[in-house]
Design a protein around this ligand. Structure first.
Ligand code: ZN
Length: 282
């Protein structure tokens, strides 16, 4: 069990800030899957009352319980019945910043996995029924399988973010294929399903990436339209609103619960409902 402290470690802050800007991500994706696992086991819920990280670097972190987080979650309009988006038929993976759908939905994605794994996030995702897609680096997934598996049981999907989290752009086909297929193979062995989504580290990719990803079983390579860090949503577009099909990027970091809550509130403000990527990319 991971027991990652939720307090921030000052020495890591500059790196975190950098990652927030670059949108570092990792991870293989899963195959088409119904939106939510309907039989989460009764054994999973509840272990951790969760004091969580403060979103502010200077403020004293208030103790916020799991119940507090769950109570803050807005009530969303009912999610539409998903309609899968068309995929390329040209032997390459799709690439999107935002899913080409006019459904009033947006997608929450969580990247990496090696840095921090707040225990309370598992129950938060479970109790608030938050549909999340995890883009994991396979070594982190292997080291902390139990943590990610619990989120999987709570309805989360495991997808591909490479093995080593290095930039793929400009690298050879063989190198890129090794990073993508290697992670996909490992994640499949760990979690029982083959990733069908891929997020390139730092969002950096080229046409070889789309080819290699396709050849590893990837249907879509995904960027993002918003990032969320320490409870704040940063928009990549001037309107500062979540649009239908938008993909919100956050990371497994100490403030994950604040980030999840901030994403949910932003999606709600836009009149949208959170949905699962693999319900739309099949
Ligand atoms: Zn990353």
């Amino acid at each position: 069990m991971s027991a990652t402290p939720t307090r921030r470690i000052p020495a890591v802050v500059p790196l975190l800030a950098l990652l927030a800007l670059t949108g570092c991500t990792v991870g293989p994706a899963h195959p088409a899957h119904a939106r939510r696992i309907t039989v989460p086991q009764p054994t999973a819920p509840a272990p951790t009352p969760t004091p969580s990280a403060s979103p502010s670097a200077t403020a004293k972190p208030p103790l916020k319980s799991l119940a507090w987080y769950v109570a803050q979650v807005p009530t969303f309009p009912e999610a539409p019945i998903p309609q899968p988006v068309p995929l390329p038929t040209t032997g390459t993976a799709a690439f999107w910043h935002r899913l080409p759908t006019d459904h009033k939905v947006a997608f929450i994605t969580i990247d990496d996995g090696g840095l921090a794994r707040p225990p309370g996030a598992i129950d938060f995702i479970w109790q608030a029924r938050i549909p999340v897609t995890m883009f994991l680096n396979s070594p982190a997934a292997a080291e902390h399988t139990d943590y990610f598996r619990q989120i999987q049981v709570a309805g989360g999907m495991v997808e591909n973010h490479t093995i080593n989290h290095t930039s793929l752009a400009g690298r050879s086909y063989d190198h890129q294929k090794q990073e993508i297929c290697g992670a996909a193979d490992r994640l499949e062995a760990l979690f029982g399903t083959r990733a069908t989504l891929f997020r390139p580290p730092f969002g950096e990719y080229d046409s070889t990436t789309l080819q290699a990803a396709h050849d590893c079983g990837t249907k879509a390579v995904l960027h993002w339209t918003e990032t969320v860090h320490e409870g704040k949503v940063r928009y990549q577009t001037p309107e500062k609103v979540v649009h239908p099909g938008d993909i919100l990027l956050m990371h497994f970091r100490p403030a994950l619960m604040d980030d999840l809550l901030a994403a949910l509130k932003a999606i709600h403000r836009a009149g949208l409902t959170p949905a699962l990527l693999t319900d739309y990319i099949r």
